[in-house]
Design a protein around this ligand. Sequence first.
Ligand SMILES: C[C@](O)(CO)[C@H](O)COP(=O)(O)OP(=O)(O)OC[C@H]1O[C@@H](n2ccc(N)nc2=O)[C@H](O)[C@@H]1O
Ligand SMILES: Nc1ncnc2c1ncn2[C@@H]1O[C@H](COP(=O)(O)OP(=O)(O)OP(=O)(O)O)[C@@H](O)[C@H]1O
Length: 268
Amino acid sequence: MVLFPNAKINIGLYITSKRPDGFHELETCFFHVPWTDIIEISPSDTFEFSSSGLPISGEIKNNLCYKAYQALAKDFQIPPVHIHLHKIIPMGAGLGGGSSDAAFTLMGLRDFFNLALTNEQLVPYAQQLGSDCAFFLSQHAQLGKGKGDELSPISSSLVGYHVLLTYPNFGISTQEAYAQVKPQAPTYDLTTSISLPIEQWKDCISNDFELSLFPKYPILAQIKQELYDQGAIYAAMSGSGSTLFGLFKKEVDTNQWADFTCFQGLIS
Ligand SMILES: C[C@](O)(CO)[C@H](O)COP(=O)(O)OP(=O)(O)OC[C@H]1O[C@@H](n2ccc(N)nc2=O)[C@H](O)[C@@H]1O
Ligand SMILES: Nc1ncnc2c1ncn2[C@@H]1O[C@H](COP(=O)(O)OP(=O)(O)OP(=O)(O)O)[C@@H](O)[C@H]1O
């Protein structure tokens, strides 16, 4: 079985308070984007995990695909499998690649072994694996609250837009990014702003992580400006960075981004 876990972008991200468990309460809108990893699940006599593509730091036992297998194997008698991950989505990028791998592994194992579980019933497994993970069990854009895993669908859509993702070839640790944020009341009401035409988003939707990360990494602010100079209708950082994205009405020339790792895709 072959799976294509996709990345996400956050449109708007407000960090409103720090919780007693050390996590933060936030409000954000998650959208799917078509940059994907590849996972293959095949039968095996013993559990095996292998990877190719971008090197993934950390031990195999900490890989989210392995953790997803273990989470399901605790509650269901599933035979061993070989999971191969071909890593394409950059890490420490704010694109949720690891979380997507975890969610797709849960859904893949469910289908591979015909487990009687709906995506909704997989949510508690996803929540154990990461705050972003539950979003990838859904097909459509979602408003995320709480740790980012309390989701409700939104009607806004990016279908027909071209998205350009620019990863500046360095990652930012999510944990460190949160540690530098001063929680505050949202600057704008995200539910109202996200329902406005995309052309208006730049005046009423922002990402709180930009406030602390742009002064630390001035290149990020420069990339955002260049995306607007190139004609983006909306440009921002995704999640805790380091990727900046631009939304465009037409395909754009990516020659000027040759120094970065970039992806351009039509949202369908
Ligand atoms: C920045 C976002 O990508 C926005 O969607 C997410 O909030 C991050 O989600 P994630 O990568 O799935 O994060 P997790 O793996 O759950 O947590 C990584 C670290 O980020 C911090 N963290 C994460 C989520 C949250 N609501 N508050 C936090 O403070 C914690 O220090 C945690 O140890
Ligand atoms: N399947 C996986 N793919 C990528 N990274 C993984 C995976 N499993 C565990 N990790 C660890 O998670 C770290 C962060 O990777 P991830 O792709 O989730 O980053 P991110 O873009 O910062 O995500 P987010 O937007 O959720 O904060 C990696 O450096 C790696 O050590």
